[in-house]
Design a protein around this ligand. Structure first.
Ligand code: AKG
Ligand code: FE2
Length: 193
């Protein structure tokens, strides 16, 4: 497996991690069964609605703060357990929590950020699973914003970010102008408390 970053971190991409059949089923199940919410976030002290729907799942009731909001986890479901087991086998990591994002169309997005909250430890490991419409995922180096990488996260893919990635690289999922269908992304995390 080859590292997608030129330096200062490790990112590995597995495009067909889930079969087409599994991916179709999991997308439909998550889309219809998850209790999706649109949450406010604070940007420069102002409350703004997030341009996507979210949900938070995890081992137990460890609240977790994210972009100025505190999320309380819901218990794992059979579908999430299946996904979690598969990525744990590959990565050798035990994940405690997952943030689910539902991008309803091309106008939903996620801005530049690093997943470097204290609870994630010194070198956060993030396991990112995508279903539905393929979307471009971008990286830029935090200290040299001209250094960039982009890749298409396709239906049934798995992206693993580890090592010093969250120290040196920001990532984002930009809006697009072309009409696009829905996409669900799950970022599995290991929270230390
Ligand atoms: O939707 C994605 O691929 C990115 C999600 C993300 O960066 C996050 O949940 O922290
Ligand atoms: Fe992220």
């Amino acid at each position: 497996m080859q590292n997608l970053l030129p330096k200062d971190g490790e990112v590995y991409y597995y495009p067909d991690f889930f079969t087409k059949e599994e991916s179709d089923r999991l997308f439909q199940e998550l889309k219809t069964r998850v209790n999706w919410k649109q949450e406010p976030i604070k940007i420069f002290g102002r409350e703004v609605m997030q341009p996507r729907l979210t949900a938070w799942y995890g081992d137990d009731d460890k609240p977790y703060s994210y972009s100025g909001i505190t999320m309380h986890p819901e218990p794992w479901t059979p579908a999430l357990d299946l996904i979690k087991k598969r990525i744990e086998e590959l990565s050798g990591i035990r994940f405690t929590s997952a943030l689910l994002n539902y991008y309803r169309n091309q106008q939903d997005s996620m801005g530049w950020h690093r997943d470097n909250e204290k609870e994630l430890g010194s070198n956060p490991i993030i396991g990112s699973v995508s279903f539905g419409e393929a979307r471009e995922f971008q990286f830029r180096h935090y200290y040299d914003k001209t250094l960039k990488q982009a890749l298409l996260l396709t239906h049934g893919s798995f992206l693993l970010m580890k090592g010093s990635t969250q120290h040196y690289w920001e990532h984002a999922l930009p809006k697009r102008s072309r009409v696009l269908g829905g996409r669900i992304n799950l970022t599995f995390r290991k929270i230390y408390t």
